[in-house]
Design a binder for this molecule. Structure first.
Ligand code: PMV
Length: 322
């Protein structure tokens, strides 16, 4: 087969990846834990053909810019090398979440690209091999390969650092309601952000506590203790953002609306409506709640000034061929 199509979800990290021990291999300074999202995915088709004189890339019906093409071509080179082929490819990629939603498409994008391109190149890779390859394209993409709730292991070698499924998607009936307040284009993207992390005086301190935190999160997940889980993921998001805000130069990903939502969530909780927040490298707030409370929380979020829309996600399967 020289053509294949794959669909992969974005993911939200409960324990975050911020900082690397190896830039080129995208080896993280700590392990992380995430959940795949049912309503935010990328579908990518890859066709290798001798008729192409260079790689070409269309994202959301538009010809990609040179920076995007370069990053995708470098990833295709890794796959071509493994498959021992030299053919160029046509890559067509579409996100099902709105542009401007502030959801990073690099995780779903590189996971879908890895699966589609490796299949189209004639490779039959294991989930572990796919996760390692996806990681080389974009770190958090390795977590979008396995199903449901996922751990990405830190390691000192490329072969040792991959993601695997802790629990399937139907394990726990929780939701991630993404309250969208800001636009996508970040002034400092995550590749540059990771590199700045070490300049924060709190970075070393953060990293020292991470493996213990990952262990705790996994144990809370296993026991399905929602309150402990929520408290831990809020503490973790704040911890990562403190490192970002104290980097030199500082990175402020929050908008005033971000803090407004955080304060509201705390108020709702005091009144018995249980939900917790986590935030990635952007201003949007991921509100984590039990399935039974999702509708109520969604209407409260939509009613807040500054919330443009709310995307509701369940836990989802990982990357698959379609
Ligand atoms: O995979 P990257 O380089 O886009 O980094 C992801 C960084 C965070 O989203 C902030 C945290 C995470 O673990 O997803």
């Amino acid at each position: 087969m020289d053509k294949a199509t794959a669909k992969a979800p974005a993911n939200i990290a409960f324990i975050k990846y911020w900082g690397k021990i190896n830039e080129d291999l995208r080896l993280p300074a700590n392990s992380s834990v995430s959940m795949n999202l049912s309503n935010a995915s990328t579908t990518t088709s890859v066709e290798f053909d001798t008729k192409y004189t260079q790689d070409n890339l269309v994202i959301n019906n538009k010809v990609a810019d040179t920076g995007e093409i370069k990053r995708v071509s470098e990833h295709l080179d890794r796959i071509r090398k493994k498959a021992r082929i030299g053919t160029f490819a046509r890559v067509i990629s579409k996100n099902n979440f709105p542009k401007g939603a502030g959801i990073a498409s690099s995780a779903s994008g590189f996971a879908a690209l890895t699966l589609a391109a490796s299949k189209a190149a004639g490779l039959n890779l294991s989930k572990r091999e796919l996760s390692i390859l996806a990681r080389l394209g974009s770190g958090s993409a390795c977590r979008s390969i396995p199903d449901g709730f996922v751990e990405w292991k830190k390691a000192s070698s490329s072969e040792g650092s991959f993601a695997y499924s802790l629990f399937p998607a139907n394990y726990w009936d929780i939701r991630d309601l993404i309250a969208i307040v800001g636009e996508t284009s970040k002034k400092v993207g995550s590749p540059e952000g990771h590199a700045l992390a070490q300049s924060s005086p709190f970075y070393r301190r953060r990293i020292l506590g991470m493996e213990k935190k990952v262990k705790l999160l996994k144990s809370v997940l296993k026991r399905e203790k929602f309150t402990e889980f929520g408290e831990l993921l809020e503490e973790e998001a704040i911890n990562m953002h403190l490192v970002m805000m104290s980097s030199i130069p500082p990175l402020f990903y929050w908008l005033p609306e971000t803090l407004e939502i955080i304060l509201n969530i705390r108020g709702w909780r005091e009144n018995g409506l249980e939900c917790y927040f986590t935030i990635d490298a952007g201003p949007n707030v991921h509100v984590i709640c039990k399935g039974k409370d999702a509708n109520k929380i969604k209407s409260r979020l939509i009613a807040l000034k500054g919330v443009k829309r709310v995307l509701v996600n369940r836990p989802a399967r990982g990357a698959r061929l379609i």
